[in-house]
Write a protein that binds this ligand. Structure first.
Ligand SMILES: [Zn+2]
Length: 160
């Protein structure tokens, strides 16, 4: 379904950013001043000391450096710390865009009800065996409780 979402024209900003970041040109642009794209969070930040730490290089913005260093301090390797910084930025982006993405997804589902139904039917067919096994296991485990509840309800009905 995610693939369908993309085909319908919704594109992950992050994926688009990764593609852009893989381009060879310098990630600099002009928007009422120079902005530079952080290679970790892929956001554009004004080129000032509020957003960048020149001493540490211009590969990461200040927030991503902070996340990187926090992860390093927790004993992460450089690679895992970079990943943690990226995840942190991704989380922030998700929360900032959650409402918009959810609305877009809801609109897409409302417009493509038959696709959603087909997807759900396919999923149910493909997972039928494990679903049945899970419900059988649950019933086997909870049988005494379920029966006790049914008996209690029946007694209550009989008394009323
Ligand atoms: Zn960043």
């Amino acid at each position: 379904m995610t693939a369908d979402l993309y085909r319908a024209g919704y594109s992950s900003g992050y994926a688009a950013g990764r593609r852009a970041a893989n381009r060879t040109h310098l990630p600099v642009r002009w928007r009422d001043g120079y902005e530079m794209r952080c290679s970790t969070c892929l956001e554009w930040w004004p080129l000032d000391e509020e957003n960048w730490v020149p001493r540490l290089g211009m590969a990461r913005c200040r927030a991503c450096w902070r996340a990187y260093k926090a992860a390093k301090q927790r004993g992460y390797t450089a690679e895992d710390a970079a990943k943690a910084a990226r995840n942190e930025a991704q989380r922030a982006r998700y929360h900032a865009n959650r409402r918009r993405y959810n609305e877009a997804a809801r609109a897409w589902r409302a417009k493509n009800r038959e696709k959603v139904a087909a997807y759900n039917a396919k999923y149910r067919a493909e997972h039928r065996e494990e679903t049945l096994a899970r419900s059988r296991a649950y019933y086997a485990e909870a049988r005494p409780v379920i029966l006790a509840k049914k008996r209690a309800a029946h007694r209550g009905e009989a008394a009323a």
